[in-house]
Design a protein around this ligand. Structure first.
Ligand code: SF4
Length: 343
């Protein structure tokens, strides 16, 4: 990487590890080098805050303490335990990988290449598991690490570009202190989460300050450089809450392909066409739900009596009390809450 006035040439890796050993947060996945546990924690932490992950991780480890225990559990139960954490394909991938490893009596992968073959494990996660669980150098480069390292070098490279990621990966492995690969990887993550944060980096208490070119040049506010991502796609969704004479609410299981696959939803007016619903709808309330690349504006309508064709297995009336036990997509949680309050 290009080196700024201070960055790069000095041994920032040692300073980083020393700081991490002193200042790290006490997190349950840091009490173990069991690659299974490290794998689960890394998957849960994808796109998700540490505070959110904590209770899910503890429960997951109680229910599925080993690869074999996870493989033996029905996927419905695993998805239920995942409910609220979002990005459900992560849970499906964990379960599928556990089933394959157990069926083929394979030991847990011990190289980056083998880890990369697990479903749901990309370059970042493979490198993170390898360096944290096996304490061997591997460059785990995510958005946090890109931000920290490009500031450290006062680099104007666009962090949205793959080429920048590659450069950063090549650079950081040259700074891993011997026998401290795990602390180094976690230290970079921790520094990005606690100190070198996106908007207000806390340079005054940063262990990298004397090594940091952006700080030396007074450019911490303008770096990193990133081209703007496309705005999320806006979609209007109309949802019908249809209640039968017992007060049960009609729900629809989403297809096994596509967004929110296989989860239960309150039916969209589009889905209702499948069963030929006839009845008067009244607007109830509306809300926005934001996914990574799209934003739904959801209009919720109510109907207390409707005619429709006979229902197949993807349609079912559920009592409001039972809704907490079924896997409802996070985008519809507001509707469940409104129904619970409305009882
Ligand atoms: Fe980030 Fe500031 Fe530390 Fe540089 S000195 S690494 S900009 S927190």
């Amino acid at each position: 990487m290009d080196r700024g006035a201070r960055g790069g040439a000095t041994d920032w890796g040692t300073a980083l590890v020393a700081w991490f050993c002193e200042a790290q947060r006490d997190l349950p996945w840091r009490h173990t080098a069991d690659p299974y546990r490290v794998w689960v924690s890394e998957i849960m932490l994808q796109q998700t805050r540490v505070e959110t992950v904590l209770p899910y991780y503890e429960r997951f480890m109680t229910h599925y303490p080993t690869v074999e225990a996870l493989a033996a559990a029905p996927i419905e139960r695993v998805l239920k335990d995942w409910e609220g954490l979002g990005y459900y394909s992560r849970a499906r991938h964990l379960h599928a990988a556990a089933v394959t490893l157990t069926k083929e009596r394979r030991a847990f992968p011990t190289t980056v290449e083998e880890l990369r073959t697990l479903p749901g494990v990309g370059d970042y996660t493979a490198a993170a598991i390898y360096s944290i669980a096996f304490n061997r150098p591997a460059p785990a480069v995510d958005g946090n690490v890109l931000r920290v390292v490009t500031r450290l070098y006062a680099s104007e490279d666009d962090i949205a570009k793959e080429a920048t990621k590659k450069k950063v990966a090549e650079e950081i492995v040259t700074h891993v202190p011997t026998d401290h690969a795990s602390d180094f990887t976690q230290g970079l993550m921790e520094l990005g989460a606690l100190v070198c944060t996106p908007k207000h980096p806390d340079c005054e208490r940063c262990p990298m300050q004397t090594h940091c070119a952006a700080f030396g040049q007074g450019r911490t506010a303008e770096l990193p450089f990133k081209t703007k991502p496309h705005a999320p796609k806006q979609e209007q969704i109309e949802i019908a809450v249809i209640v039968d004479e017992n007060g049960h609410v009609l729900m629809h299981r989403r297809p096994e392909q596509g967004l929110l696959k296989g989860l239960w939803e309150y039916p969209s007016t589009e889905a209702l066409q499948e069963i030929g619903v006839v009845g008067a709808m009244k607007n109830w309330f509306s809300y926005d739900h934001v996914f990574t690349h799209r934003r739904w504006h959801v209009q919720v309508c109510r109907a207390d009596f409707c005619r429709m064709r006979p229902l197949n297995e993807n349609w079912k009336y559920h009592a409001v009390d039972d809704m907490k036990d079924i896997m409802i997509a996070g985008a519809f949680k507001k509707i469940r809450e409104a129904l619970e309050q409305d009882r």
